[in-house]
Design a protein around this ligand. Structure first.
Ligand code: GLN
Length: 485
């Protein structure tokens, strides 16, 4: 059942939240051993929260728009008194003293948190293979990765171990795993959802957003978690979105651009596989058939996004991760002096990808290299903002594949970091510009695995994005069907 279906049934008293949660906990028990989607299952807390929702319904009070909906939380979001690990050994034993704003807002809306999901350590990766607790597997084919870094959250929803989940997206970590697992994933406008209590990776890029099995569920979750939060200084001072009311409006007359540089073919970055290109073309045709005016649009600097991101994101990460020093949080490896203790703790606590990012970032920021690397990346970022602004004078939304390929096999890309990094070529530009983007499943590739189509828009264009996403969803080929290819 959809999240909105669960909420309606619980709100009306037709179904009890405690029964819904038992059903989900039983499914987690059966499947999580194989999938490793959860780092921690919050069974007791979930049962108590569900009972409170039922009590609210019984008393005739409003239990909230997501009453009784089981939700999974990426394990880089703080939960008060409940271990939050970032899938890293360095946070061993640490329990946050407060809830992230998104966690508190979901609870206030009646949603029931069932657990914390696996991720690439500190959200650095595209396959969830960089977790200190072992990889998550794709529920549609367990030899394949679920994508990353929010792979646990994507897999949990795809396997119906949670009706909805939250992820974070710094360079594509919601949209790419959503594409790989065949679910809907949304990265909102930077500042539209509070980052308070999200453990920072790249603070100028990070955004929280939902995974769901439908566009309507995604809209419902974003309505709940969005809106101004005084605890996040980058939070946009505007009311929460009204999204569900626009879902039926269609795309008649909407201008949609196929982003040439990220769609394969002439003038595009390399590596977008032909079956994925074909799905993107079919998606554009479906929107056109529904009344949209489709044209090709060029944003030349979009091809520079990957290079700029792998300077900006590691630079910010190297600064953010300096707080994990063996003194204040989690793991401490004792040694004779403070300096040696810090070195020993960080050496033991961080995995190889995190160490690589810290070194890349420190190098990019170091005296003598700052202007050539970090400074130049910032200039690229400014150029991209200008070019996307002029693209959005021509069209309302842009369309690309979400990822260059479908889900790859475990171990296939772990040897060479570059082959992993290129996964994010289509998603990264909108993190650098702060713009919103959604991934909607649209058919399957030659291997039978789902393909995601990405819709991008200017800042705060979420209503337009959801309007078009609903049309894509309605016209998408049936995932299992032959017509999907
Ligand atoms: N895969 C990208 C990276 O490794 C993006 C990660 C993310 O969005 N958190 O940095």
């Amino acid at each position: 059942m959809s999240a909105l279906g669960v909420a309606a049934a619980v709100r009306s008293g037709e179904v009890r939240a405690v029964d819904v949660v038992e059903e989900y906990l039983a499914r987690i028990e059966t499947r999580n051993g194989e999938l490793n989607a959860f780092n921690l299952v919050m069974a007791d807390e979930a049962r108590a929260a569900a009972a409170a929702v039922d009590a609210c319904v019984a008393a005739g009070d409003d239990p909230g728009p997501l009453a009784g909906v089981p939700v999974a939380l990426k394990d880089n979001m703080c939960t008060q008194g409940i271990a939050t690990t970032c899938s890293s050994k360095i946070l061993e034993g640490w329990e946050p003293p407060y809830d992230a704003t998104v966690v508190a807002r979901l609870a206030a809306a009646g949603a029931v948190a069932v657990g914390k999901t696996n991720l690439d350590e500190f959200a650095m990766g595209s396959s969830t293979e960089n977790s200190a607790f072992g990889p998550t597997r794709n529920p549609l084919d367990t030899d394949r990765v679920p994508g990353g870094s929010s792979g646990g959250s994507a897999a949990a929803v795809a396997a119906d171990l949670a009706a909805i989940s939250l992820g974070s997206d710094t360079g594509g970590s919601i949209r790419q795993p959503a594409a790989f697992c065949g679910v809907v994933g949304m990265k909102p406008t930077y500042g539209a959802v509070s980052r308070y209590g999200l453990i920072a990776f790249g603070s100028s890029l990070d955004q929280i957003g939902p995974f769901s099995t439908s566009v309507a569920d995604s809209a419902a979750v974003l309505e709940v978690i969005g809106g101004h939060d005084p605890f996040d200084s980058t939070s946009i001072d505007a009311p929460a979105f009204d999204l569900r009311s626009v879902l039926g409006r269609g795309v008649d007359g909407m201008r949609i651009g196929i982003l040439r540089e990220l769609s394969g073919g002439i003038g595009s970055v390399d590596g977008i596989s032909p079956d994925v290109q074909a799905r993107a073309a079919a998606a554009a045709e479906a929107l056109e058939a529904a009344g949209a005016r489709v044209q090709e649009v060029s944003v030349p600097s979009a091809t520079l996004g990957l290079s700029a991101y792998y300077l900006v994101a590691p630079a910010e990460a190297s600064s953010n991760l300096s707080r994990f020093d063996g003194v204040r949080f989690g793991l401490r490896v004792d040694a004779p002096t403070t300096g040696e203790m810090m070195t020993a703790t960080r050496t033991a606590g961080f995995g190889p990808e995190v160490k690589r990012r810290i070194m890349l970032g420190t190098y990019a920021l170091s005296a003598g290299y700052y202007d050539a690397f970090y400074g130049k990346a910032l200039k690229v970022r400014t150029l991209m903002l200008a070019e996307f602004a002029s693209a959005y004078e021509q069209v309302d939304l842009l369309l690309t594949p979400t990822a260059p390929t479908t889900a790859f096999r475990l171990g296939e890309r772990t040897a060479d970091p570059m082959t992993m990094y290129v996964n994010d070529v289509c998603t990264i530009p909108s993190n650098l510009t702060g713009h919103p983007g959604i991934s909607v499943p649209f058919g399957v590739g030659d291997d039978g695995m789902p393909v995601g189509i990405q819709l991008l828009g200017p800042a705060l264009s979420e209503p337009t994005i959801y309007q078009a996403a609903a049309v894509l969803e309605a016209s998408a080929p049936h995932p299992g069907g032959k017509e999907g290819r």
